[in-house]
Design a protein around this ligand. Structure first.
Ligand code: SAM
Ligand code: SF4
Length: 336
């Protein structure tokens, strides 16, 4: 190990959180994320499991304390448990505080216990609706019962669950109460996410018509319950409230209508080894090339140079008639 300094960006933010997309593939085709006939990357473009281990290990040595694995659907990557097993050694050594993932839940019946055995204590499961038909409409290929079974399996394995629900006007806006109640009854945390203008325009005006401002979601919930702001800052885009009647914590991720950049502590690695310093900017660093062709010192230099380019903030803006600052990149490539 070299004694290079830890990862501090130009705005004095310590970078301690790495999100890693391990595949661009998925067994669902959510309407806001992928087109139905999505073309996936050739396998040679992806970092191998061994390369992912090497790169993430270096990030951990440079001060990353939290790893979140995402995709695509991380649990459809062949051999993915080899990678989780490899990362669990950093939990065991104390170098890493948390190893976690974001999943659509479809494969959890099979993987929940092995994940728990690797030290995974919390999982984010993306679920936008409790209505079987709507679930089919949103995910196109998903099976609701399979996800419910996966969620049960994770709970049986002792893993804490947070449900992430994308707020979609005209689709799940009549279910906000029901989601809160269901999560409360099951002991799950819940976070609502604003739909973001990712991916190519699929003839739907970049989802502007589906955009449901979380201020409105909050007002909708406040009609039934007393919501109190919680001053909880995770360095991420979520703001939290407590439902006084039930004691539940609810998060709101508002990357568009609320700017959260000043406390950003994270960077994102794509499944092809590009490091994105900001979800909302195009700037990236190609770590795959240096990982495959360079020395360990060159890799360190490439990581530090990239962090030195982390921008102050992003440019999404839904507040005008036209969507500006949209990204042609797919969320499944960068990792949500
Ligand atoms: N397949 C996994 C899942 O669905 O949880 C992990 C990857 S997915 C890209 C991560 C998160 O991104 C999900 O919660 C999904 O709802 C969210 N997401 C995808 N496209 C989005 C968009 N256009 N706007 C907001 N959230 C989006
Ligand atoms: Fe797959 Fe997740 Fe994208 Fe849905 S949001 S298509 S589950 S990667």
């Amino acid at each position: 190990m070299t004694d290079m300094p830890q990862l501090i960006d130009p705005f004095a933010r310590a970078i301690t959180y790495l999100r890693v997309s391990v595949t661009d593939r998925c067994d669902f085709r959510c309407v806001y994320c992928m087109s139905e006939n999505m073309t996936f990357l050739p396998k040679a473009e992806l970092l191998s499991l061994e390369e992912l281990d090497r790169l993430c290990t270096r990030f951990v040595e440079l001060g990353i304390r939290k790893l979140r694995i995402t995709g695509g659907e991380p649990l459809v990557r062949k051999g993915i448990m080899t990678y989780f097993e490899a990362m669990s050694r950093h939990l065991a050594s104390g170098a890493l505080d948390e190893l976690t993932l974001t999943s659509n839940g479809s494969q959890l019946r099979r993987f929940a216990q092995p994940l728990a055995d690797c030290g995974v204590k919390r999982i984010n499961v993306s679920l936008d609706t409790l209505d079987e038909q709507k679930f089919k409409d949103i995910t196109r290929w998903g099976r609701f019962a399979q996800v419910m079974d996966g969620v049960d399996a994770a709970q049986e394995a002792g893993i804490r669950i947070k449900i992430n629900a994308v707020a979609l006007k005209g689709t799940n806006d009549d279910e906000a109460y029901k989601m809160v109640e269901w999560c409360g009854a099951r002991g799950f945390d819940l976070t609502f996410i604003e739909v973001m203008p990712m991916g190519e325009d699929m003839g739907d005006g970049l989802r502007l018509d589906q955009f449901w401002d979380l201020k409105d979601v909050r007002a909708h919930l406040a009609a039934n319950w007393t919501l109190t702001d919680i001053p909880l800052n995770t360095g991420g885009p979520a703001r939290y409230v407590r439902v006084e009647e039930t004691g539940q914590k609810i998060g709101f991720i508002t990357p568009l209508s609320h700017n959260f950049c000043e406390s950003c502590n994270r960077v994102r690695l794509t499944c092809t080894g590009q490091l994105f310093m900001c979800l909302g900017q195009e700037d990236e660093a190609d770590l795959r090339k240096v990982l495959r062709e360079g020395t360990p010192a060159a890799l360190d230099k490439a990581i530090h140079t990239a962090i030195a380019r982390k921008p102050k903030g992003h440019d999404f803006d839904y507040s005008r008639q036209n969507v500006t600052g949209t990204m042609t990149r797919h969320m499944s490539h960068t990792g949500g």
